[in-house]
Design a protein around this ligand. Structure first.
Ligand SMILES: Cc1cc2nc3c(=O)[nH]c(=O)nc-3n(C[C@H](O)[C@H](O)[C@H](O)COP(=O)(O)OP(=O)(O)OC[C@H]3O[C@@H](n4cnc5c(N)ncnc54)[C@H](O)[C@@H]3O)c2cc1C
Length: 270
C-alpha cells in the first residue's frame, strides 16, 4: 500500500520512487502560460530550459501520479520546497503543466501560481511517482479533493475503455467543478461542500462492488488518513498492494508543518 509520503513518512512499495531528493535530476522550467480553470484552480504551463535534462528526468514512465518538488527562492537565499503533480509531460517537446489550487493569500506556491507571468523560471526536482491504475483490477476507486484532482485526471485518462468504478471529487462548490473525461463504466461524482469530512462520507456511501478494487485516494490528510484509510483498510479489508493513499496537504499546516505531522503519524503507527 503506497500510503506513504513523498518526503519519507514511510517506505514506498517496491514500484515506488520518490522525488525531491538530491539524487533526482533538477530541471529548470520556464512559464509559458497561465489559465484560470475555476475560481480555485489555475493551470500553469511550462517549457524546459534544457529539453535534454527534462527528457532524462521525465523519461518514459507509467506512473499517473508523477509529482515534482518545486523550489521557491526566498529573499534570505533559502529555498522553500512544494510538491505538485506533473500533468501531461511531453518528454520530447519538453513541456509540462501543473494545476495549482489557489487557496487564498497564505502560503508560497498557491499565491505564486495565481500571479505568475510567462518567462518566469523555477527549478524542480523529480518526478517521483508510485501509482498507475492496474488494468487487471475488477474496479477502480479514485477519490480526491482539488489537490488530488490532477492525479485523478491522469489516472482516468490511463484507464482502459472497459474499466469500471468510481471517481469522487470533493470541491467547495459547484463553480469549482471541471470537465473530467472517464470511461463509460466509471461513474464520476462531484461532492460540493465546505465540510472537511465530505469526501469521507461520500466514499463511505458508495455502493461497494464485488471483485478486486484498486484504489487511489489523495487529498486533505485528516480526511484521507483518519477518515477514509480506516474504512478501506479495516472495514473493507483492502490489501496493501491495492491501495495508494496519502495526504497531499494538511488543514492549518504549511507543507513543512505537514511533513512533521506525517513523521509523527508514521512514528505513532510504528
Ligand atoms: C505528491 C503530491 C502531489 C500534489 N499535487 C498537487 C497538485 O497537483 N495541485 C495542488 O494544488 N496541490 C498539490 N499537492 C498539494 C500541495 O503540495 C499543498 O497544497 C501545498 O501545501 C501547497 O503549498 P502552498 O505554499 O500553497 O501552501 P503552504 O505554505 O503549504 O500552506 C499555507 C496554508 O494553506 C493551506 N493549504 C495548503 N494547501 C491547501 C489546499 N489545497 N487547499 C486549502 N488550503 C490549503 C495550509 O493548510 C496552510 O494553512 C500535492 C501534494 C503532494 C504530496
Amino acid at each position: 500500500m503506497s500510503q506513504r509520503s513523498p518526503e519519507g513518512g514511510g517506505a514506498r512499495g517496491a514500484r515506488g520512487a520518490r522525488g525531491g531528493r538530491p539524487d533526482r535530476p533538477q530541471t529548470v522550467l520556464v512559464v509559458t502560460g497561465r489559465e484560470q480553470l475555476t475560481p480555485g484552480m489555475v493551470r500553469v504551463r511550462f517549457e524546459a530550459a534544457d529539453k535534454e535534462v527534462f527528457a532524462a528526468g521525465f523519461g518514459p514512465s507509467a506512473y499517473t501520479d508523477r509529482y515534482v518538488k518545486m523550489s521557491f527562492p526566498q529573499p534570505d537565499g533559502s529555498d522553500i520546497v512544494r510538491t505538485y503533480t506533473a500533468l501531461e509531460p511531453d518528454v520530447e517537446g519538453g513541456t509540462v503543466a501543473i494545476d495549482f489550487v489557489v487557496h487564498g493569500t497564505e502560503g508560497i506556491a498557491g499565491p505564486w501560481a495565481a500571479a505568475v507571468e510567462p518567462g518566469q523560471r523555477i527549478a524542480v526536482r523529480g518526478p517521483g511517482g508510485a501509482y498507475s491504475p492496474d488494468p487487471t483490477a475488477d474496479w477502480h476507486l479514485l477519490a480526491c479533493d482539488e489537490s488530488g484532482l490532477p492525479a485523478v485526471r491522469a489516472a482516468l485518462a490511463a484507464l482502459p475503455a472497459e474499466a469500471q468504478g468510481y471517481a469522487v471529487v470533493h470541491v467547495p462548490d459547484a463553480a469549482h467543478r471541471q470537465e473530467l473525461t472517464a470511461p463509460a463504466g466509471v461513474q464520476v461524482s462531484w461532492v460540493t461542500s465546505t465540510e472537511p469530512g465530505a469526501l469521507v462520507d461520500a466514499v463511505r456511501a458508495l455502493p461497494w462492488r464485488a471483485g478486486r478494487v484498486h484504489a487511489f485516494v489523495h487529498g486533505e490528510a485528516e480526511a484521507v488518513m483518519h477518515g477514509i484509510r480506516p474504512y478501506l483498510v479495516k472495514e473493507r479489508a483492502l490489501p496493501r498492494a491495492d491501495l495508494s493513499i496519502s495526504g497531499y496537504w494538511r488543514r492549518g499546516r504549511t507543507e513543512e508543518g505537514f511533513r512533521a505531522w506525517k513523521q509523527e503519524l508514521a512514528a505513532a503507527e510504528g
